[in-house]
Design a protein around this ligand. Structure first.
Ligand SMILES: [Zn+2]
Length: 232
């Protein structure tokens, strides 16, 4: 499985300037899509940790004038997303970005101590198992804080807009409604994962909401994963 996924990403990333003629929306590959595809599309779940488990990205930058950090391209793309939302009168703010292995260990311990292991595992990732450790994940809120880390964010105009438009900027919802059996997480309309505009758009067009499914050899073999394993 890992070898198949790895080969797919390598084949996609390798040919500089390669054309994906089956994609309806041609646009140049981003820097991360060209140079760091394996990290960009890495699958991190409760079962699959980062490798190495204490991985930290080397290109973190601060989000605006906050203490939150994101990988540089994620930061740029999120600026685009915020601008587009603001143009429609929707105000967003970042409430979490990159979290180190050590920070995640502290967060997870906090949940275990206060709410017990089962609750912690439904809510917080174990260290090495958080998408936030990739520097590619960000949690959003509207400006009122009324639905802070709450499913009701998905019902706000801001949350609905994010769900509808995030893919244009390369983001997907990692923990959609109704897929807890697959993801291990309850619905998190505030948690976005950057996968790059190509993969995000392809996942949406194919109706494949989860990155692990998009990266599966079955999807690639069926010719659905247009960014994976094509050598044309
Ligand atoms: Zn999150």
């Amino acid at each position: 499985m890992l070898a198949g996924a790895l080969a797919g990403a390598t084949a996609w990333a390798a040919p500089a300037g390669a054309r994906h003629s089956n994609l309806r929306h041609e646009r140049p590959l981003t820097e991360l899509e060209r140079t760091d595809a394996e990290r960009l599309l890495v699958v991190v779940t409760k079962e699959v940790p980062l490798d190495p488990v204490d991985y930290a990205p080397s290109d973190l930058v601060p989000w605006r004038d906050t203490a939150y950090e994101l990988r540089a391209e994620v930061n740029d793309q999120l600026e685009e997303l915020f601008s587009a939302a603001e143009a429609e009168g929707l105000g967003l703010r970042v409430i979490s970005g990159y979290r180190s292995y050590e920070t995640q260990a502290g967060t997870y311990d906090y949940w275990v101590r206060n709410y017990g292991q089962a609750s912690a595992d439904a809510t917080s990732a174990r260290p090495g198992h958080s998408e936030h450790q990739t520097g590619l994940a960000v949690d959003l809120d509207d400006l009122t804080g009324g639905c802070y880390l709450d499913a009701c964010f998905g019902e706000l105009p801001e949350g609905r807009w994010v769900a509808r438009h995030a893919h244009r900027f390369g983001f997907v919802l990692s923990y959609p409604q109704g897929l807890r059996d697959r993801t291990g997480y309850t619905y998190e309309p505030w948690h976005l994962r950057y996968v790059g505009p190509h993969a995000a758009r392809a996942m949406r067009e194919l109706g494949v909401p989860l990155l692990q499914d998009y990266r599966s050899p079955r999807v690639a073999a069926a010719g659905l994963g247009s960014l994976l394993g094509r050598r044309d």
